[in-house]
Each structure stands twice: as structure tokens, then as C-alpha cells.
Ligand binder design. Structure first.
Ligand SMILES: Nc1ncnc2c1ncn2[C@@H]1O[C@H](COP(=O)(O)OP(=O)(O)OP(=O)(O)O)[C@@H](O)[C@H]1O
Length: 317
């Protein structure tokens, strides 16, 4: 696997009057080619600062980063050409130009030939459902339309790397789903994507790996399933053909592994365990010995929301 984004002790300290704000602190991250990396963090955690720094919009106070092999300080122009960037605040759009003209302007800046550009713009306006708004001046766009145009612009020059700051905030649920599909289709083309979000369902759906930022520090970086394992909490939900009580299940060999037994109905219960694979065989055996037939059995792992809250709440730094 190739490394597309790499940061080394990336740090940004803002100075406001005499106060120092450590927006991001010693971030070491490596994102592989073709990966979707999702950045989570509470308000003010440093997500936007991180994304802007690797996009060359902000200079780090110290530390370094490389995007597509180019250094953010020495090869600023090449980094910018390699990335499709969409941030929340798009001051750079021209308010008096319409949507089409704005994309035309930026496409020309990217050096896309006029005929190809026309095709590309029409394709993107269609992709983001903006055809009806193409002749509307940017200043009359709704917040969601502005966001979509910003994403369309990020895709204009078909770059290898995408940096999206909250790509679906202020977007209606149907359009948000469409945008998530577009992001997944970029991954299918082996593009690399880093995005921030407050939407845990989005993180669950898109992320190959997740990074949890809090107060400028990266608390955890891992695949979803590994982050979930940290909580050591899995729920086994069971439905059987007859009634059962806790004492018939929580017997020797299995009792100490059950953190919680919850009876849902006479013939339905759930148990909370650290690791379901250590319990399942024994549980099934016990039910069999009690002459109970299993109708359904499911294992639920913690949600990314639980994981996120757990990491941030336990961060005492
Ligand atoms: N230009 C700036 N000058 C001073 N402080 C700044 C500047 N930009 C960001 N900060 C501060 O840096 C910290 C991180 O802000 P940042 O916008 O990166 O957080 P975020 O995780 O994107 O938050 P949110 O989820 O609310 O968008 C905050 O304390 C913020 O006030």
C-alpha cells in the first residue's frame, strides 16, 4: 500500500492576544492510498485546522506533512493541484457569478481544456443535482447548494486526494446520502479521502479508519472494529422457544464472563460480555442442555457514537 498523506508532529498554535491556542498538537498520521479516513472530534477539537494545514491553507507552527508525496511547505502548489478541497466556508466563490460560471472559472484555473471543461461541469452539476441552479447567482444559493457546489468544485480536476470538511452538514438527508454514495464511488476509483464529520452514522458507513481528535490531540486512530473492541462490551441477544431464568444460564464456566443479564421477555434475554467469541459456544451448549431451542441469536457491538463519547469523556488531559 502507498502512503498518500503523512504528517509528522504536525502542530498549529494560534496566538490570540497573549493566549496560545494549541489547535493541533504533534499529530502523526499516515493515510494509505484508496483509504477513507474519517476525523471525529467535538467542537473546537482541531479538525478544520488539521484539514486546512494539510491543504496548505494554514502554515503549521512546527512539524511537517506530505500529500501525494509533496511537502506542504516546499511544494505548496503541487499539493494544491493534487487535492480536491471542500471546506465549510467558501469565501473564494464569486458571488455575482452563477454556479456554472463559478465552476468554469475554477476549471480554467486548473487548466482544463474548454470542451472537456464544459462536459465535466455538466456532469458534476448533474451529479450534485444542481442543474436547475446552474444559472442562479452564487449569492442566491442556499447553504446546502453552496456546499454541493463546493464539493463539485473539489471534483472538477479529478484529483487523487479529497479533503472534505463536514461534507454533509447543512445538507438534506436525501442529498446527504447521495453525497456519501459519491464519496464511496471515489473510493472505488482508488482515490484517497479524508473527511471530518459530526455524523456518527456517516462515520460508521464510510470510514476505513477513524481518528478521534480532542483538544488538538489525536486520542485514537484505528479501524472501526478495533476501536469498538476497546470498549470491551458486546451484547448477545437471544430468543428461545421456552422461558428461561438467569440462574439456568449464568452457571460455572460462563457466569464470570457475563457482566449483565437482562431478561426482555419470558423467552428473550440479552447478556453483556467483554468478548462474545469467548462465550458463544458455552452459551449455546448451556441452552441445549436446558432443552431450549434457539430461535434467533445476534451479537451487537458498540456504536461508533459510544466509542467516540467514551474516548472523549475519558480524556483527562
Ligand atoms: N484563525 C484562528 N485564530 C485563533 N484561533 C483559532 C483559529 N482557527 C481556529 N482556532 C481555534 O483552534 C481550535 C480548533 O478549531 P477548529 O476550527 O480546528 O476545530 P474543529 O474541530 O474544526 O471544530 P468544529 O467541530 O466546531 O468545526 C479552537 O479552539 C479554535 O477557536
Amino acid at each position: 500500500m502507498l502512503e498518500t498523506i503523512k504528517t509528522q508532529n504536525l502542530t498549529k498554535i494560534f496566538k490570540v492576544k497573549k493566549k496560545k491556542i494549541r489547535a493541533i498538537q504533534d499529530i502523526n498520521l499516515s493515510i494509505q492510498n484508496g483509504e477513507i479516513f474519517v476525523l471525529l472530534g467535538p467542537n473546537g477539537a482541531g479538525k478544520t485546522t488539521f484539514l486546512k494545514t494539510i491543504s496548505t491553507l494554514i502554515l503549521p507552527t512546527y512539524g511537517d506533512a506530505w500529500v501525494n508525496g509533496y511537502n506542504i511547505k516546499k511544494d505548496e502548489y503541487k499539493v494544491r493541484k493534487s487535492i480536491g478541497l471542500s471546506t465549510g466556508f467558501e469565501r473564494s466563490f464569486y458571488y455575482r457569478l452563477n454556479g456554472y460560471q463559478n465552476l468554469e472559472f475554477f476549471g480554467t484555473l486548473y487548466g482544463i481544456k474548454s470542451k472537456d471543461l464544459k462536459e465535466r461541469i455538466n456532469f458534476l452539476l448533474n451529479l450534485f443535482n444542481l442543474e436547475d441552479a446552474k444559472d442562479l447567482k452564487y449569492m442566491k444559493y442556499s447553504t446546502g447548494m453552496k456546499k454541493k457546489l463546493s464539493l463539485a468544485r473539489a471534483l472538477l480536476h479529478d484529483p487523487d486526494v479529497y479533503i472534505f470538511d463536514e461534507p454533509t452538514s447543512s445538507i438534506d438527508p436525501i442529498s446527504a446520502n447521495e453525497i456519501r454514495d459519491i464519496i464511496l464511488s471515489l473510493k472505488d476509483k482508488n482515490k484517497t479521502i479524508i473527511l471530518s464529520t459530526h455524523d456518527m452514522h456517516e462515520a460508521e458507513l464510510l470510514a476505513d479508519r477513524i481518528g478521534i481528535l480532542n483538544k488538538g490531540n489525536m486520542l485514537a486512530v484505528d479501524k472501526k472494529e478495533n476501536l469498538k473492541r476497546v470498549l470491551k462490551k458486546e451484547i448477545i441477544k437471544v430468543k428461545i422457544d421456552k422461558g428461561i431464568n438467569e440462574d439456568l444460564i449464568a452457571q460455572d464456566g460462563i457466569k464470570e464472563k457475563i457482566n449483565l443479564f437482562r431478561k426482555i421477555k419470558d423467552n428473550e434475554f440479552e447478556i453483556e460480555v467483554e468478548n462474545s467469541s469467548e462465550v458463544l459456544d458455552q452459551l449455546i451448549e448451556k441452552l441445549k442442555n436446558q432443552d431450549r431451542k434457539i430461535l434467533t441469536i445476534n451479537v451487537e457491538t458498540p456504536s461508533i457514537e459510544e466509542v467516540f463519547i467514551n474516548f472523549v469523556r475519558n480524556d483527562k488531559k
